[in-house]
Design a protein around this ligand. Structure first.
Ligand code: NAD
Length: 495
């Protein structure tokens, strides 16, 4: 990745964006647009269409029409595979362009954005493309006069709603298995980071995906998102985002057509460091990255750090040192370790959590303020609080920003109690050299993933998702295909 290539791409003018419906780019029915400004400098650089209920309806009709025609839903799996593999190759070929476009939209540091957005999306499309012709139905063990077949069929129209952090990666986790299974899809991207998903839909068309199979309607969550959630002709919603919006989607489903709803929500993930961690310096460095990369705007961020008392002072010195070394800067500068906060609203929210933590008696060790204000963009210093207790807001609520809450523990039992004292259950980590401790922790921590002696690593082969109020349903891995396939029984009398 060359800085000169990045600079050339960031200088490109981005034309006003339309909706992508039935293979065509179209304005919103009401003609309205939303300004798109960059968190890098606060400047407006393009507009997106402000889609509404009429546009969602057009997109759903296009998706349903394509589904009923069978152009994709009844295409041979090997044909679907070819298109998904071509799409993966196109994404890879345009990876830097897509990454820079996405960073201008949401401010993620380019190194991470490049790997996590286009490169990861390409591998996701390839993974499900490769999987699609290996999905089998079943022959049931029925009595001899009966043939019992279990077919796996696509659901129909799947609505995909994603957040502004990693919209392409998270979008691909849903779009790829839904398409692989033969569904049509309508995507509602996040209003502050829609550009990469619009580009993805164009690339899918270029790869040979039939018109109407993948549609993108940009617009406000409370308008376009709600219309998708309430639509009577949508069979499932695959959502990643906040808890309050997840709850609304369940309500919309209950009040409309009982569509399936899959929710990947927030977290308050514990990162637990025992005194016998194999390499404490390394653990401190990885722990700092585990909360501060992408300015903490990561659903699985290790936002609660639990450190065993006997190593507390030493470990905290290393953690603060690693934190101080992180360069917060222009996300399109390859030397920046941490980029911008995605919006002015989010920055204000993050600073509100800092004020609350101080008010409630936590002790700030570093950070806590807006920085680089002269850039016009939204940047915040990595922030660490200690003396956090489980009752404090900072221990209970997801900040979704660069703010770390640190607590001490003495025993394994205390670590488990603190770790599980949350309504969330998305991610977690344990640092220890003791195999038995590690396995006991894996069994007792309530979370969708327990990392051991690392934080945040994962790939497409393993499921991702939460327990408790972090949601239900899993993205990634072969298990995700099940969300987009319906089982149908054939019970055939053989006479
Ligand atoms: P959000 O819930 O505000 O928005 C998510 C999406 O929902 C956006 O596209 C938005 O337009 C749409 N939306 C908003 N209101 C809606 C409504 N009434 N009906 C339908 N759609 C609506 O979340 P955000 O601020 O974009 O993202 C941050 C949240 O996402 C955090 O809570 C974070 O933890 C979570 N997240 C979770 C994961 C995960 O895998 N579990 C991954 C990334 C982010």
């Amino acid at each position: 990745m060359q800085q000169t290539d990045i600079d050339a791409l960031r200088a490109l003018t981005v034309p006003s964006q339309g909706l992508f419906i039935a293979g065509r780019v179209e304005p919103a029915a009401n003609g309205q647009v939303l300004d798109v400004s960059s968190p890098i400098d606060g400047q407006k650089f393009t507009t997106i269409a402000d889609g509404g209920a009429a546009d969602i309806d057009r997109a759903v009709v296009a998706a349903r029409t394509a589904f009923d025609k069978g152009v994709w839903s009844r295409a041979a799996p090997a044909e679907r595979k070819k298109v998904l593999m071509r799409l993966a190759a196109l994404i890879e070929a345009k990876a830097l362009e897509l990454a820079v476009l996405g960073v201008r939209d949401n401010g993620t540091e380019i190194g991470m954005a490049y790997r996590a957005e286009p490169i990861s999306a390409a591998s996701t499309f390839r993974y499900y493309g490769e999987a699609v012709d290996k999905v089998f139905g079943e022959i049931a063990p029925t009595p001899p006069n009966i043939l019992g077949l279990v077919h796996k069929e696509p659901l129909g129209v799947v609505g995909v709603i994603v957040p502004w952090n990693f919209p392409m990666m998270i979008g691909a986790w849903k779009i790829a298995p839904a398409l692989a299974a033969g569904n049509s899809v309508v995507v509602k991207p996040p209003e502050i980071a829609s550009l990469a998903l619009l580009r993805l839909a164009e690339l899918a068309s270029e790869a040979g995906l039939p018109d109407g199979v993948l549609n993108v309607v940009t617009g406000k969550g409370s308008v376009a998102g709600e219309a998708l959630g309430r639509h009577m002709n949508v069979d499932a919603i695959a959502f990643t985002g906040s808890g309050p919006v997840g709850r609304r989607l369940l309500e919309y489903a209950a009040r409309s057509n009982l569509k399936r709803v899959y929710l990947e929500l927030g977290g308050k993930s514990p990162n637990i460091v025992f005194a016998d961690a194999p390499n404490l310096k390394q653990a401190a460095k990885v722990s700092a990255n585990g909360i501060f990369r992408n300015s903490g705007q990561v659903c699985v961020a290790g936002s609660r750090l639990l450190v065993q008392s006997s190593i507390y002072d030493r470990f905290m010195a290393d953690l603060l040192d690693a934190t101080a070394r992180l360069k917060v800067g222009d996300p399109l500068d390859v030397t920046s370790d941490v980029g911008a906060i995605a919006s002015a609203d989010q920055l204000e929210k993050d600073l509100g959590f800092v004020a609350k933590a101080e008010e409630e008696g936590a002790r700030r060790l570093t950070g806590g303020a807006r920085i680089r204000e002269e850039s016009g963009g939204y940047y915040m210093a990595p922030t660490v609080f200690e003396n956090v207790t489980p009752e404090m807001t900072l221990a209970r609520e997801e900040v979704f920003g660069p703010v770390l809450a640190v607590m001490r523990f003495d025993t394994e039992e205390e670590a488990i109690r603190l770790a599980n004292a949350t309504v969330y259950g998305l991610a977690s980590a344990v640092w220890t050299s003791n195999l038995a401790t590690a396995h006991r922790m894996v069994r007792t921590i309530n979370a969708g993933v327990v990392h051991v002696n690392t934080y945040g690593g994962s790939d497409i082969t393993v499921p991702l998702g939460g327990v408790k109020q972090s949601g239900f349903g899993r993205d990634k891995s072969l298990h995700a295909l099940d969300k987009y396939l319906e089982l149908k029984t054939a019970w055939i009398s053989l006479g």
